[in-house]
Design a protein around this ligand. Structure first.
Ligand code: GTP
Ligand code: MG
Length: 466
C-alpha cells in the first residue's frame, strides 16, 4: 500500500544512497532487533528491575457488572459498529459470516430451552450425573474430561462459556488448575455450580471437612448454595440379615443416587434466573464476536500503519545521521514522532491535536529514558557494527540507527496501545497503559527468534569470508 506523506519534511542533506545503505543494513539488523539483546542485557537488567518494582500490586477480584438487556444490546451494537468499520476501511474483507452470527444473537435472547454443560476431571461422575438428573425441557450435555491434555481445555471452555449453566464436578478438594478454570469462567459471568460427587466414598466427618474446604476456597467466586454434594452412582453396600434360626443372610444392595439437592437447585435457577442466564450467555457470545471482529479490524489498520512507521523511522535515521548528537539528545529525534502519532491516531480513529500528540511524544520520550532504551540502542548498535566487521563507521551511523530503532519501538507501541482501545473510545492517552505497551514491545524486540536469525546470518557471513 502506498503511503502519502503530505507533510513537507526537511531531510537536511541526507542522500538517497545513505538511506538505501541504511535500509539494507537494517533489513538484517533493525527488523531483527532481537539480535541486539545480549551485550546490554546486564546494564538493562537494572533498569528493568527498577521498572518492574514500581509496577502496581495485584488488584483485588473485579466486581462484575450486572448484565441486563441494556448491557447486552450495547455490546451487540459495538460489534455492529466494528463490522461496519471493517467494510468501510477494507472492501476486500467480507465479515458477513460474523454478521450472521451477530444477527442470531437476538434470537438467542428469546429461548425457553437452556443449555447446561457438565464438566470436570476424568472419572468424577459426569455421565452418572447426566443420567440421574431430570431436566426435560432443557439440554444437558457432558464435555470430555478436563485436563487430559493441553489442547482440549480450549474446546471445553468454548462449550462451557456458550452454555447458560456449567455443572463442575469434583470428587474432593479442588486442584489449582480447577480453581483457575473456575475463576476464569466466573469472571466471564458464567453461572457455575460446583458438585462434590461420590459422597459415599467418605465418612460423614471427612465429607464435612472437605465441604468446608471447598466452601472456604470457592465462596468468593461461587455462593454457598451453588456448592452442592451428591452421590450420583453409589457403590453397592453389603446388607446382612439375621434370621429367626440365628443364621445369617447376606447380599449386596445398591442404594439409590442422591442428587435431590442439585436437582432442586437447578430447578430453581432455571425458572428464577432464566432471563439473566440468557443475557449473560448472549453477552459472552457478543464479546467473543467483538474479539474476532476487532482482530480483523486491527489487522487491517496495522497493515496501513506499518508503512508510516517505516517511513518515519528512516526520516529519523536520516536526521540523526546528518546531525550527530550525544546519545541523550537522540530523544530530540523522537520529536519527529509527533507527526507519526497524529498519523497513526488517524488510522485508529483517535483524533489528536498536534499539541496532544506532542504531549504523547514527550511521555514516550521520558519513558524511553526510564526504560534505558536510548542507552541500550546506542550500545547495541555499536556492538552489532563491530561484530559485523565494519571497519570504518561513519560519524552519525550509530545515532542514525538508534533513532530508527527508537522510532520503530515507539510506533509499534502506539499500535499496540490503539489496538486495545474500545471502539469509539476517544479518551486521552493513558500514560500507564502506554508505558506498559512500550515495555512489552521493547522486550519482544530484543529477544527470541530474531536472535537466532542473526546468529545464523552471522555464521553465513563468516563462512563466506573464511
Ligand atoms: N462410589 C461412587 N462411584 C461413582 C459415583 N458417581 C460415579 N461413580 C463411578 O465412577 C466411575 C466413573 O463414573 P462416570 O459417570 O462414568 O464418570 P465420568 O466423569 O463421566 O467419567 P469420564 O467421562 O470417563 O471422565 C463409574 O464407575 C461410576 O460408577 C458416586 O457418587 N459414588
Ligand atoms: Mg463420562
Amino acid at each position: 500500500m502506498a503511503v502519502q506523506l503530505k507533510k513537507p519534511i526537511l531531510i537536511g542533506g541526507v542522500g538517497l544512497s545513505f538511506l538505501l545503505w541504511m535500509g539494507s543494513m537494517l533489513q538484517d539488523t533493525l527488523m531483527g532487533v532481537g539480535e541486539w539483546g545480549i551485550p546490554s542485557a546486564i546494564a538493562l537488567g537494572t533498569g528493568l528491575w527498577l521498572w518492574q518494582s514500581r509496577k502496581t500490586p495485584p488488584t483485588a477480584p473485579k466486581v462484575l457488572p450486572k448484565i441486563d438487556q441494556k448491557v447486552v444490546e450495547a455490546e451487540i451494537h459495538k460489534v455492529q459498529t466494528i463490522l461496519e468499520k471493517i467494510q468501510e476501511e477494507d472492501s476486500d474483507t467480507d465479515p458477513s459470516y460474523l454478521q450472521s452470527q451477530l444477527n442470531s444473537l437476538w434470537e438467542n435472547l428469546n429461548r425457553d430451552s437452556l443449555n447446561l454443560v457438565i464438566t470436570g476431571g476424568k472419572n468424577v461422575g459426569k455421565t452418572s450425573l447426566k443420567t440421574t438428573l431430570d431436566l426435560p425441557s432443557h439440554h444437558l450435555s457432558e464435555t470430555s474430561p478436563l485436563y487430559q491434555n493441553d489442547s482440549n481445555l480450549e474446546t471445553i471452555q468454548t462449550t462451557a462459556l456458550t452454555s447458560e449453566v456449567v455443572i463442575f464436578v469434583v470428587n474432593g478438594d479442588i486442584t489449582d488448575s480447577e480453581y483457575q478454570t473456575l475463576q476464569q469462567w466466573s469472571q466471564q459471568q458464567q453461572k457455575l455450580l460446583v458438585v462434590f460427587n461420590k459422597q459415599d466414598q467418605y465418612s460423614p466427618e471427612e465429607q464435612a471437612i472437605i465441604y468446608q474446604q471447598l466452601k472456604t476456597r470457592l465462596t468468593p467466586l461461587i455462593s454457598e448454595k451453588n456448592i452442592i454434594t451428591s452421590t450420583a452412582s453409589p457403590n453397592p453396600i453389603k446388607v446382612r440379615k439375621v434370621k429367626a434360626d440365628n443364621s445369617h443372610e447376606e447380599w449386596e444392595e445398591t442404594p439409590s443416587p442422591e442428587v435431590e439437592t442439585l436437582q432442586t437447585r437447578l430447578n430453581t435457577i432455571l425458572t428464577e434466573e432464566r432471563l439473566t442466564l440468557l443475557y449473560q450467555s448472549t453477552w459472552r457470545k457478543a464479546q467473543q464476536l467483538k474479539l474476532e471482529a476487532k482482530t480483523i479490524l486491527n489487522e487491517i489498520r496495522r497493515q496501513r500503519a506499518l508503512p508510516y512507521i517505516e517511513q518515519y523511522q528512516w526520516i529519523a535515521a536520516g536526521t540523526a545521521f546528518a546531525n550527530p548528537v550525544s546519545s541523550l539528545d537522540l530523544l530530540a529525534t523522537v520529536a519527529i514522532n509527533t507527526q507519526l502519532i497524529v498519523d497513526l491516531g488517524k488510522i485508529y480513529q483517535q483524533t489528536f491535536s498536534f499539541s496532544q500528540a506532542q504531549t504523547v511524544a514527550g511521555t514516550l520520550g521520558k519513558q524511553m529514558v526510564q526504560l534505558g532504551l536510548v542507552e541500550f540502542s546506542t550500545q547495541a548498535v555499536t556492538g552489532i557494527l563491530k561484530t559485523n566487521f565494519v571497519t570504518y563507521i561513519a560519524g552519525g551511523t550509530v545515532q542514525g540507527l538508534s533513532a530508527a530503532y527508537l522510532t520503530r519501538i515507539a510506533g509499534l507501541s502506539l499500535i499496540e496501545y490503539f489496538q486495545e482501545q474500545e471502539i469509539n473510545d476517544t479518551t486521552q492517552v493513558n500514560p500507564n497503559r502506554l508505558q506498559a505497551k512500550l515495555q512489552k514491545v521493547f522486550q519482544n524486540n530484543q529477544r527470541t527468534a530474531l536472535l537466532k536469525s542473526l546468529v545464523r546470518q552471522g555464521k553465513e557471513r563468516l563462512s563466506l569470508q573464511g
